[in-house]
Structures are given as structure tokens and as C-alpha cells.
Design a protein around this ligand. Structure first.
Ligand code: NAP
Length: 317
């Protein structure tokens, strides 16, 4: 019979999950890595990474492949499945329910489930998604050759992805609701130096307009003057933040005001034996480097947790 019990289960195979799986398997713990899509997480939505030490520049796809190969080389088992719930069991272990198929159990669980792009929530956005409304420049940018594109947001993603889109677009207008960027200064500097990029500050999108099912324009409002305007565009890329996938734990776990898991300094959530790292965790910044660092701590702490538990009933001594 298939043994569906693991010592450590890692939920989500982005950079945090791949690192946690690498460390857990390398500590000789029976390690399960569950991923609903393909391994890589947000790396796969990023063209070039310039701030991962040791690689002056590397594509997100290549780094994802290298991290996956590395984790699996130590024996972590990658299984394609969507986790729907994680429940604490009375003996300190955990049950992991899947959308399809029998549940798994694990001594310790490391949640590295990432998140989803936040939506703007304006008329036209849902109706025109995939028809000129996009949340991923690397996935969809090439469909907009020669077009004037809008990018919404003022964080790292908006500035970085806006610049990426200039390789296809004739012009990129970055629309930000304030006149100060949240993005890192170096990304702002690069965007300002790009001749194809222009900025609209203090502006919010009120509606995304489509004709024949394709985006043709944005209706904007200047937040200072209150003036309305229309900007003709062939597409709009929305980068207004991230919503963490933190709905998996069925027992109560502490979150911050944005919904991210609060952890202690070994990445344990308020549920014993459940750890969190990467984009689901409350933290100052969300970088690949912080994800892999925190995942390392989580895996080491989870290993100790596994070793602290009484042997499972029926386990071979
Ligand atoms: P973010 O840092 O949360 O920025 C979101 C931006 O969208 C902010 O400028 C925010 O405006 C704006 N915004 C939010 N809701 C909005 C709304 N309803 N209408 C209009 N604008 C809205 O999100 P992010 O850029 O996706 O980045 C997420 C995390 O990933 C960050 O920690 C970031 O550092 C990290 N990241 C890093 C890199 C990198 O290092 N290269 C690349 C991508 C992402 P306000 O500024 O006014 O709040």
C-alpha cells in the first residue's frame, strides 16, 4: 500500500518551497513537495533576476529549473496536486487534504503557497481579463507588439514589468495613484531613463473600456483635480500588489492586517509544527533571497519538530 505519511510536507514549489524541500530532504527527512501548477512560482512571471547573489543576471525560468533540479536531487518527492486544507491532528501531526485524491499526513508542514495578483476591482477588468487585461508581462507581453500599453501600480512589480514591456510596446504609461513610488529607487531610476516610459501620477483607473471584447481605453480620474480623462491603450497590465494564499489552514492561525501569516523567528506559525516562508509570510520585503533564507530556517526548525515528536503509531523503530 502507498505510504501517504511524510515527515515534512512543503506546500507550494516557488523559491521558498523548493528551498525548504532541498533542506528537508538533505536532512534525510522523508519530504513531500506539493504543487498545483509547475514548480517555480513567481520566478516564472519574472523575465530577468538581477538581485540573486551569484548570478549577475539569470532568467526566472532558468533559476526555477535549477532550484527544482537541486531540490529533487536530494530526494524530495514532487507531486502535482492542489491542497485545499491543512488540519492539525491531536498527536501533533497534520492532515493535508487535496482537491482530488486521498489526503496525505505529515509530521511538520511548511506552507510556501505564495499568492495571487490583487485585482483593481473596476468595471471592465473581469470581463476583459485575457483580452487586453493582464497580470503577467512575461506571459502576455509579446501579444502587444507596437501597442501603447498601460501599467497600473507604483511598486517594484509595476516598475520592473513596465520596463520589460517596452521591448514589445511602442509606449508604456505607468499610472500610479500617488506621486511617490513604493518601488526601489534603482527601479525608478531605470524606468525614468527609458524613453518609451511615461508616467501619470495621482491617477486612478475608474473603468477599463473594451470594443468588440478587446481593451481599447482606460477611463482615469486625477485624484488631485478630480478631472476625468480617457487614455487610449491596446492593453493594461495590473501590478497593484499581492494577495497571499493563506486560506489553507483550518485551525486558527495569527495573521497580520494584510492577511499574511505571522511567524516566530524560526518561521513557525501560531500552530505548532506548521511553518510559513516566502510570500505567505508577514515580512518587510518579498525577494527571492528572503524567501530562500526564511525557507532554510523553516526547514531546519521543522526537522527539529519532527525529531521531537513521539514515533507515529505503526512506524518501524
Ligand atoms: P506592492 O509593493 O504592494 O505595490 C503595489 C502598488 O500598487 C503600490 O504602489 C500601491 O500604491 C498600488 N496599489 C495598490 N492597490 C491599488 C489600487 N487599488 N489602485 C491603484 N494602485 C494600487 O506590490 P508589488 O509591486 O506587486 O510587489 C509585491 C512584493 O514583491 C513587494 O515586497 C516587492 O518588493 C516584491 N517584488 C520585488 C521585485 C524585485 O525586487 N525586483 C519585483 C517584484 C516584486 P501605494 O504605493 O499608493 O500603496
Amino acid at each position: 500500500m502507498e505510504d501517504r505519511h511524510y515527515e515534512i510536507a512543503v506546500i507550494g514549489a516557488g523559491p521558498a518551497g523548493l528551498t525548504a524541500a532541498l533542506y528537508a530532504a538533505r536532512a534525510l527527512k522523508r519530504t513531500l513537495l506539493l504543487e498545483a501548477k509547475v514548480p517555480g512560482g513567481e520566478l516564472l512571471n519574472t523575465e530577468t533576476i538581477e538581485d540573486y547573489p551569484g548570478f549577475q543576471t539569470i532568467t526566472g525560468a532558468e533559476l526555477a529549473q535549477r532550484m527544482t533540479d537541486h531540490a529533487l536531487s536530494f530526494g524530495a518527492e514532487l507531486v502535482s496536486a492542489r491542497v485545499v486544507a491543512i488540519a492539525a491532528l491531536p498527536d501533533g501531526r497534520h492532515r493535508i487534504d487535496l482537491e482530488e485524491g486521498e489526503p496525505y499526513t505529515a509530521d511538520a508542514v511548511i506552507v510556501t503557497a505564495g499568492g495571487e495578483p490583487r485585482k483593481l476591482g473596476v468595471p471592465g477588468e473581469a470581463e476583459l481579463a485575457g483580452r487586453g487585461v493582464s497580470y503577467c508581462a512575461i506571459c502576455d507581453g509579446a501579444f502587444f507588439r507596437g501597442e501603447h500599453l498601460a501599467v497600473i501600480g507604483g511598486g517594484d512589480a509595476a516598475l520592473e514589468e513596465g520596463r520589460f514591456l517596452t521591448r514589445y510596446a511602442s509606449k508604456v504609461t505607468i499610472i500610479h495613484r500617488r506621486d511617490q513610488f513604493r518601488a526601489q529607487p534603482i527601479l525608478v531610476e531605470h524606468a525614468r531613463a527609458d524613453e518609451k516610459i511615461e508616467f501619470r501620477f495621482d491617477s486612478v483607473v475608474e473603468e477599463i473600456v473594451g470594443v468588440d471584447g478587446r481593451v481599447t481605453a482606460l477611463r482615469l480620474r486625477d485624484t488631485k483635480s478630480g478631472e476625468a480623462s480617457t487614455l487610449a491603450v491596446g492593453g493594461v497590465f495590473i501590478f497593484v500588489g499581492f494577495l497571499p494564499n493563506t486560506g489553507l489552514l483550518t485551525s486558527h492561525v495569527e495573521h497580520d492586517s494584510q492577511g499574511y501569516y505571522r511567524t516566530d523567528d524560526v518561521m513557525q506559525t501560531t500552530l505548532p509544527g506548521v511553518y510559513a516562508a516566502g510570500d505567505v509570510r508577514s515580512q518587510l520585503t518579498r525577494q527571492v533571497t528572503t524567501a530562500v533564507g526564511d525557507a532554510t530556517t523553516a526547514a531546519v526548525a521543522a526537522t527539529k519538530y519532527v525529531e521531537s515528536l513521539a514515533p507515529a503509531v505503526g512506524a518501524t523503530p
